[in-house]
Design a protein around this ligand. Structure first.
Ligand SMILES: [Mn+2]
Length: 330
């Protein structure tokens, strides 16, 4: 039975699901996408007669209308018109704003470094005049599941990893972080850290000594993002999954046995999996017949993308729908 308290962990029943990727404060674009899919806003709640939405996380940060976007999503979830999982940005918001326990070494769970301040800047600015509302959303973020599992499909923000999900179940009996896991999630070399890192940020590989990537968003990286759907990968190029190319001839560089052992694989025979997170570009396409990534960089004037799922075991690229994001996100 679902109550108000646990509604965030429940997938509402429906004949079909529209899975929506990272919104990042593009509320007007979200309304355009919902309208395009025949959803209507009735009494403040976007809804469809037969279908429900599943949001893949990262509603917050970066964009111009974060508060409005949260309001749309929250109202839908509370009214059983949608479900939502936690993205790395909701997790960041939560740890950034949560006071650390006595003797922790910093005032908040997530340290307020320049980089961290910059990532949450727009969100805090837009909630400046609505502190109570922001507190309410932070409480809500705590109740967001890290993944959803339906008999026909699975949903996670960045990477489905069976052993970590199993570990979470053993620890909490739910798909949620509890207080001790939230604290762990910012402490390297703990289960909670790996759990949040892999599920909401995906897998990374270190670049060879002395090599860096200067990416389009102004950050310098010494790692690159890897995917988890190459069966027997041999080179860096077989597993790289990010908008920035690897420098030089690194694409051809052979994976060491150690690197191979650290990679993860989601089999072709497993049920369809939907992910967000990866800043894809171009025309939405399936990454494999059973995995769809729905993050097409909406907040960087890309596309806000949905996959309209109706129970198929093999995904079909014709089921993607999207709207392009305009310059003023109008
Ligand atoms: Mn993300």
């Amino acid at each position: 039975m679902s109550t108000d308290a646990d509604r965030s962990q429940v997938i509402p029943e429906a004949t079909g699901y529209d899975l929506i990727g990272d919104v990042h404060g593009c509320a007007h674009t979200l309304e355009r996408l919902l309208t395009l899919m025949d959803y209507r806003c009735i009494d403040g709640v976007w809804q469809h007669l037969e279908r429900k939405v599943i949001f893949l996380g990262d509603i917050v940060d970066r964009g111009p209308r974060i508060r409005e976007a949260l309001q749309i999503v929250y109202n839908m979830v509370q009214s059983n018109q949608a479900a939502m999982i936690m993205g790395n940005h909701e997790h960041n918001n939560l740890t950034y704003c949560t006071k650390a326990p006595e003797g922790f070494g910093s005032e908040h769970l997530r340290t307020h470094t320049e980089r961290h301040n910059r990532l949450i800047k727009e969100t805090l600015e837009q909630f400046e005049d609505y502190p109570q509302e922001w507190e309410m959303y932070l409480e809500w973020f705590k109740s967001l599941p890290l993944y959803l599992e339906h008999e026909q499909f699975r949903v996670v923000h960045a990477c489905w990893q069976h052993d970590l999900i199993e570990g979470l179940t053993q620890r909490t009996g739910t798909a949620l972080l509890d207080e001790s896991l939230l604290i762990e999630s910012v402490q390297r070399e703990t289960f909670g850290f790996s759990l949040m890192e892999k599920l909401t940020r995906g897998t990374h590989m270190n670049l060879p000594e002395g090599i860096e990537i200067h990416s389009g968003d102004g950050f310098t990286r010494r790692t690159f993002r890897t995917h988890f759907w190459a069966k027997d990968p041999e080179t860096y190029g077989d597993v790289v999954f990010q908008p920035d190319n690897l420098p030089g001839s690194l694409e051809d560089r052979a994976l060491t046995e150690l690197e191979k052992s650290q990679l993860h694989y989601y089999g072709r025979d497993e049920r369809p999996l939907f992910i967000g997170h990866y800043w894809c570009e171009g025309v939405p396409a399936l990454v494999t017949p059973n995995i769809a990534c729905l993050d097409y960089s909406a907040v960087k004037y890309g596309k806000l993308v949905s996959y309209r799922f109706s129970g198929e075991s093999q995904l079909d690229a014709n089921n993607f729908v999207w709207v392009s994001v305009e310059r003023d996100e109008s």
